[in-house]
Ligand binder design. Structure first.
Ligand SMILES: Cc1ncc(COP(=O)(O)O)c(C=O)c1O
Length: 380
């Protein structure tokens, strides 16, 4: 068995269907199910002792992320979803701005951003923050990313998706002044690509467990550069934010160092245990091996798409995309339904067919999908 056959064997759904929508929700892997069931077993058998025994999954997840993406485990803040992770990052940027007396400021949001990262800024304006939002439009030159001329000394932050959900295009991290924070939504790249370089270049990288990292919904992570955690720390605090959670000293608070200070109260132990197990699957397979596999499967798919003469706005070259390929085809919802009748599960996003290829997919599945697309689109 090759290592990718072994990876595929972890996902029961793969024996029933060609699954091409990991960027929406990863299929459930057996080790993820077992990790979640193990926490439920403790809950069933020992009730309150769940709290005594299961915090370790938060540390475990942080360690695996640190090893995968080259940060320190103390920089990995646990969150509920990408939107939450990006909101925590927004809070830190705004807190630093307040501390500096709130001078006139702007935030540059890339038009490729998902609402998970743009709404947090729009919401600040809604509640009265005197911030100018500037929009960086999509441009064909992905290296400049459309930021040119928009970022100045008053720019608090630039906000972008690493790989966007609509086109599958990958952006390079823009060079910005030192006083500007870079907030990267890596929901469609974390687990599909090695993010070591991006983590080094960005102040904040947020991503969920439940897409390319094989985890359950309801758990996400924010990698925050340590200086933000040391200089600002959490904007919101709960009992679990304290350095000594046993002291329960109502009238004074010493916040725990690093990412631990961002823990509020009882976490989702079941979900975090599943997320940690999903991360271990990625670590065991190797993130570079996974990225290489995604590259070769998507290239095979793209070659077929070109041979069939189907239109796709996703960039061709792998450095400008990741595992998402979208197709411009008439009536994508009908196509999606017909493909599912033949046990092929693809997505539809913003009026286009979206095919997410992960390392558990096979060449045979890619060829089957191409064959069906040929029959459905070219020969009807
Ligand atoms: C780029 C991007 N960011 C964020 C999300 C989801 O955000 P959340 O984890 O808050 O549900 C998606 C979901 O499709 C996405 O494509």
């Amino acid at each position: 068995m090759t290592s990718f056959e072994a990876l595929r064997a972890l996902f029961p759904l793969c024996s029933r269907r060609a699954y091409f929508f990991a960027g929406a929700q990863a299929p459930l892997a057996t080790p993820v199910r077992h990790a979640m069931e193990a926490v439920m077993e403790v809950w069933e058998q020992d009730a309150w002792r769940i709290e005594e025994r299961e915090w370790r999954h938060l540390d475990d997840a942080g360690e695996t992320i640190a090893n995968l993406f080259g940060c320190d485990a103390s920089e990995v803040v646990i969150a509920e979803n990408t939107s939450h992770a990006m909101s925590i990052a927004t809070g830190l940027v705004v807190a630093r701005w307040w501390q500096r007396g709130s001078p006139p400021a702007n935030v540059v949001v890339h038009a490729n951003a998902h609402p998970a990262s743009s709404y947090t800024w729009l919401n600040l304006v809604r509640v009265g923050a005197p911030l100018e939002i500037r929009w960086a439009e999509r441009v064909s030159d992905v290296r400049s990313g459309g930021f040119a001329g928009l970022v100045d000394d008053a720019t608090l932050a630039v906000v972008l998706s690493h790989v966007d959900h609509a086109l599958g295009a990958r952006l390079a991290i823009p060079a910005v002044p030192e006083t500007t924070a870079v907030l990267l939504d890596a929901a469609q790249s974390a687990g599909a690509l090695d993010l070591t370089a991006e983590v080094r270049l960005c102040d904040f990288v947020g991503f969920p467990a439940y897409k390319w990292l094989f985890g359950p919904p309801g758990v996400a992570f924010l990698i925050a550069r340590r200086s933000w955690l040391d200089e600002i720390g959490p904007l919101f605090a709960g009992w679990a934010s304290a350095e000594d959670t046993m002291r329960m000293e109502l009238r004074s608070l010493t916040v725990a160092a690093g990412a631990r200070g961002f823990r509020l109260g009882m976490p989702n132990f079941v979900g975090v245990a599943g997320a940690a197990a999903g991360l271990r699957i990625t670590a065991n397979a190797g993130i570079q091996a996974i990225a290489g596999r995604i590259e070769s499967l998507t290239e095979r798919f793209y070659a077929g798409v070109d041979a069939l003469g189907l239109a796709s706005p996703t960039p061709r070259a792998f450095p400008q995309r990741a595992g998402i390929v979208v197709l411009d085809l008439p009536d994508p919802l009908e196509l999606q339904r017909t493909l599912l009748d033949g046990d092929i599960d693809v997505g539809v996003e913003l009026g286009r067919l979206r095919i997410d290829l992960h390392a558990f997919n096979t060449e045979a599945e890619v060829d089957l999908l191409l064959d069906r697309l040929d029959r459905l689109c070219n020969r009807r």
